[in-house]
Design a protein. Structure first.
Ligand SMILES: NC(=O)c1ccc[n+]([C@@H]2O[C@H](COP(=O)([O-])OP(=O)(O)OC[C@H]3O[C@@H](n4cnc5c(N)ncnc54)[C@H](OP(=O)(O)O)[C@@H]3O)[C@@H](O)[C@H]2O)c1
Length: 216
């Protein structure tokens, strides 16, 4: 079972939709149960498949894989909320990017640990396996489920087995290739790519852009 914390948001909805269509069991987490239930019901209608929604904590309790899909500013609050559910061996996948949009300009706001994923790692109980991914694909592209994604997703993390599990799960999404991006600290390299995608999407007025690497 996968829990998408912040699954009511742009990127989260796209991830939920793609995994549900791939046959995975997914639960949406929200700070408000009613909001999660509403979005789950909308997605369920759109996809013709069952989707559930509940609180962030309950979603995290139920799942073995927990995706953190919230703005960086909300990270501490969300970690406090889900911490009781973070038992050893759970897999915590951060898609978070510390972005700042000011006067129409997008920038990567480097946090003290140098990446959001490393900030997450500082906040989790011992034994929880932290990874990062999905910095190379835009939310709008994920949400356009009628189109195969046809993109690469770079996965960073320090636990080799956790990374293998996450890469398998990511490749359940049709036409997505998961690439081992090395240790968690390499999230410092992948997270700013999302800022570039946001800027290119805005500048070229397209419904989202994504990355496909040559030579790998
Ligand atoms: N959009 C993209 O193309 C893209 C690409 C790569 C990575 N990312 C990163 O992925 C993450 C999610 O992006 P998004 O565009 O889906 O974000 P979003 O729509 O702004 O927010 C996602 C969800 O997070 C919860 N949330 C909002 N503000 C919060 C706060 N202050 N504290 C705690 N929870 C809060 C909300 O859920 P509830 O109200 O239901 O709790 C919201 O629906 C971000 O860190 C973003 O930088 C985005």
């Amino acid at each position: 079972m996968i829990a998408v914390i912040g699954g009511t948001g742009d990127l989260g909805r796209g991830l939920v939709a793609r995994w549900v269509l791939a046959g995975e069991e997914v639960v949406i987490g929200s700070r408000q149960r009613e909001k999660a239930e509403r979005v789950a019901s909308e997605l369920s209608g759109q996809l013709g498949k069952p989707v559930r929604g509940t609180t962030n904590l309950e979603a995290a309790r139920e799942a073995e894989v927990i995706v953190l899909s919230v703005p960086f500013e909300g990270l501490r609050q969300i970690m406090d909320e889900v911490k009781p559910a973070l038992t050893p061996q759970k897999l915590l996948l951060s898609v978070i990017v510390p972005l700042k949009v000011e006067g129409g300009a997008v920038s990567f706001e480097c946090p003290p640990a140098e990446s959001a994923a490393e900030e997450v790692a500082k906040l989790v109980p011992r034994g929880v396996r932290v990874l990062s991914a999905f910095h190379t694909v835009g939310a709008r592209q994920l949400q356009r489920v009628e189109k195969p994604l046809d993109c690469d997703v770079v996965v960073c993390g320090d636990d080799a087995e956790a990374k293998r599990e996450a890469m398998q799960l990511i490749e359940r999404i049709a036409k997505v290739r998961a690439i081992d991006g090395g240790p968690l600290r390499n999230s410092r390299l992948t997270e700013p790519v999302a800022a570039l995608l946001v800027e290119l999407t805005r500048r070229h007025r397209v419904p989202g852009v994504g990355v496909k690497f040559f030579g790998l």
